[in-house]
Ligand binder design. Sequence first.
Ligand SMILES: C[S@@+](CC[C@H](N)C(=O)[O-])C[C@H]1O[C@@H](n2cnc3c(N)ncnc32)[C@H](O)[C@@H]1O
Length: 238
Amino acid sequence: MNPATSGPFRIDIFTLFPGMFDGPFSESILKRAETAGHVVIHVHDIRDWTHDRHRTADDTPYGGGAGMVMKAPPIVEAVESVLGDDIDQTHIAIMAAGGRRFTQDVAWELAAKPRLALICGHYEGIDDRVGQLLDADELSIGEYVMTGGELPAMVISDSVTRLIPGVIDAESIREESHSLEGVEYPHFTRPAEYRGLRVPDILLSGHHANITKWRADEARRRTTRWRPDLLPESENES
Ligand SMILES: C[S@@+](CC[C@H](N)C(=O)[O-])C[C@H]1O[C@@H](n2cnc3c(N)ncnc32)[C@H](O)[C@@H]1O
């Protein structure tokens, strides 16, 4: 359920490769969220808005240089026709290696929007006028370059969907990495011993206060080991 509209949260994805979304969106929590009516995801083929018989969606770059650039008209017309009157309340984001860094805070920000539209680039990227005309955000899922925006759009759809109220247990979200001040504590489940490694006794003790303290200490230890950049500045310097 989308708190902003009281209906399902809607995500529209614009791509040249709609078939890439079949697998990831037909399994697991994304599928369950859709079946339960919490989210609706539509994937649109940008080529359906091209105007020539070859369905041309890209062209050579003005100014020269390598590769091809995705043309503006099919993308702008696709987004305008799908979003219709909702365009002003929809958060439109272009997948871009050089865009604003997508983090858990940004996932929360997007989950609070009435509606989301994600545009996937390919080749050298997208004609810059698409972003200007649609007043779009640009989002990067990390500091590396991928072949296309399809996997980034799946990453963003997945992490936003799990924040929609009702999709997963609220406590799971409160206590996980990037919603805390560092990363999460380690998890264990049965068997209590595996290949000589025993689950820490404290987790079997049933003593909740001690378990909470142990988890906080372990979370700090893991943050120091894997993500020291997330520690408060004073601790990071030591
Ligand atoms: C090969 S990349 C283009 C890279 C672009 N020439 C540049 O230097 O920033 C093709 C498309 O993949 C997507 N992409 C690649 N890396 C990404 C990332 N880290 N985050 C989000 N989208 C990415 C974008 O949609 C981009 O238009």
